[in-house]
Write a protein that binds this ligand. Structure first.
Ligand code: HEC
Length: 153
């Protein structure tokens, strides 16, 4: 009996842990905005999970709702083969993330920083996250350290 209870408890714990992992399917997320970094010659799409999109559309961005995940997908800029004036995504560069959990990531403004490796979201350790966060302080605390504003209202 004791064994059964323990097994159930362990199963419950491990499922709980999986459910808490940020999901990796950013390719199905909705668009928050786009950006063009002229200093890096890259195009970016900023996407959000459902929590983030709903939070943004409700104007709840100071702070963003707990569980919001923002994805920044970067491509090298390239010129469209059939239309020279059109700058379009070229080679894929990286997909980076910010995950809102104000308790877990209290030392970096309540945001955890990470990047996708394929479909897996891998969170950076605190040292690396602090490097990301250092620049994101330029977005200011009143914007919850997020640069992007929702382009679709
Ligand atoms: C030198 C400054 C700088 C550093 C370092 C930096 N970022 Fe950003 N980040 C920006 C700027 C500026 C934007 C908004 C423009 C854009 O889309 O690139 C941005 C946007 C983002 C966004 C979209 C949400 C938002 O704030 O607009 C995510 C997600 C993101 N960065 C993740 C990261 C991660 C992860 C790291 C660390 C590996 C990182 N950033 C490091 C400057 C920086």
């Amino acid at each position: 009996m004791k064994k059964v209870v323990l097994t159930t408890l362990l199963l419950g714990l491990s499922f709980g842990a999986i459910a808490e992992q940020p999901v990796g399917d950013y390719k199905n997320w909705r668009l928050l905005s786009v950006s063009h970094r002229t200093d890096k010659q890259t195009l970016r799409a900023i996407l959000g999970n459902d929590t983030a999109i709903e939070s943004a559309r409700a104007g709840k961005i100071a702070p963003w709702a707990e569980g919001s995940i923002l994805a920044k997908v970067k491509w090298k800029e390239s010129i469209h083969a059939n239309w020279a004036a059109a700058i379009v995504p070229g080679e894929f560069e990286a997909a980076e993330a910010m995950v809102k959990d104000s308790k877990k990531y209290a030392t970096t403004g309540g945001w955890g920083f990470g990047k996708w490796q394929g479909n897996d979201l891998v969170m950076f350790d605190e040292t690396k996250s602090k490097e990301c966060f250092a620049c994101h302080t330029a977005a200011l605390q009143k914007n919850d350290y997020v640069f992007t504003h929702s382009a679709l209202q």
